[in-house]
Write a new protein. Structure first.
Lengths: 111, 98, 119
């Protein structure tokens, strides 16, 4: 367990750096989480994070890499929904890292 | 591809046996073990279902489970564990109804 | 070529872990690109009933999770016609797009897969 300081709020993280309470997520929390990972968030990142939150809304689970690529391709087109693009944005582990930044639970089928 | 279906639950109050008999292919076989051997009790409803299914040489029962439960067996070919293994290898796949 | 696997899910959704476990096998296998099929049989067809409210029994939304199957690459989804009819579930009201198969078609389906597991 550790905490993430966002403004004057201390947010609890689990041992892998995921939010303990998904309600704690905000754009500022995402920025702070990304900073811990050394990733400056760009518009390209944000659209994937929004997409992930939409995925979770729809299916109530975090996608593994393959469904993340498929969903992204479906919603944003194949030039975004492919593994080089997503790997580049999220340091080679898009399912895990993007879920973390989007404030989703850790994907269960992620090795 | 052929399938050996394996059922270990009692046929009373559960649909496994009835569903399995509906889905059984013409080259598939059924092995009863554990409480599933109660289906072999003559005069019982599942015994009648098994008779009606006419599985002939494609119905097997684990002998030690039959003996332990004293159900009698006039329908299924009795096998021991070695026979069970042989059957598992003979069919392309095994479907255990967990 | 990886071996194909048919997962037969035959337990009702809110009665023990079986329905969840069957789905987890499907999602995990799909994530690894295995050729999978899923068949809803017996009480398993209740997983497809429309309008379920799992939060009423403090459960995760299995029906919502099931919707993710095609996204995980599991597109071969089937339900047993006999099981649906017995339970008064109409094929055109189901919460998931499944092919409804009669007994003969189900026997052929089971024969087609390399491996089968029934939960």
């Amino acid at each position: 367990m550790s905490t993430l300081n966002v403004g004057d709020q201390a947010i609890a993280l689990d041992k892998d750096g995921f939010l303990v309470d998904l309600q704690d997520w905000s754009h500022a929390a995402a920025e702070a989480l990304a900073e811990r990972e050394g990733i400056p968030l760009t518009a390209d990142h944000w659209e994937i994070l929004e997409l992930l939150r939409q995925f979770y809304q729809e299916y109530q689970l975090s996608p593994a890499t393959r469904p993340l690529i498929k969903y992204t391709a479906m919603k944003l087109g194949p030039e975004k929904g492919n593994s080089p693009h997503l790997n580049r944005l999220f340091n080679g582990t898009p399912a895990k890292l993007a879920a973390k930044l989007a404030g989703l639970p850790k994907p269960t089928n992620c090795i | 591809m052929t399938t050996l279906h394996v059922i270990a639950h009692s046929p009373f109050g559960d649909e496994r046996l009835a569903s399995c008999l509906r889905l059984l292919g013409t080259d598939d076989a059924l092995l009863l073990c554990g409480d599933a051997v109660y289906a072999l009790r003559s005069g019982s409803e599942p015994h009648r279902q098994l008779q009606a299914a006419g599985l002939a040489q494609r119905l097997f029962a684990l002998d030690e489970d039959v003996q332990a439960r004293a159900v009698g067996n006039d329908l299924a070919k009795a096998v021991d564990y070695a026979g069970f293994v042989e059957l598992s290898l003979h069919y392309d796949k095994v479907n255990s109804w967990l | 070529m990886a071996k194909s696997l048919l997962i037969i899910s035959r337990q009702a959704p809110w009665n023990g872990p079986s329905a969840r476990e069957a789905l987890d096998i499907a999602l995990a296998g799909g994530a690894f690109d295995l050729p999978l099929g899923m068949l809803f049989l017996d009480d398993g067809v209740f997983q497809l009933a429309p309008g379920q409210q799992p939060t009423a029994v403090q459960q995760k939304n299995l029906a919502a999770n099931l919707q993710a199957l095609p996204m995980f690459g599991v597109e071969e989804l089937f339900a047993c016609s006999h099981s649906l009819t017995r339970r008064g579930l109409a094929a055109d009201t189901l919460a998931l797009p499944v092919q409804v198969l009669d007994d003969a078609a189900l026997a052929a389906l089971i024969a087609r897969f390399d491996q089968v597991v029934t939960l």
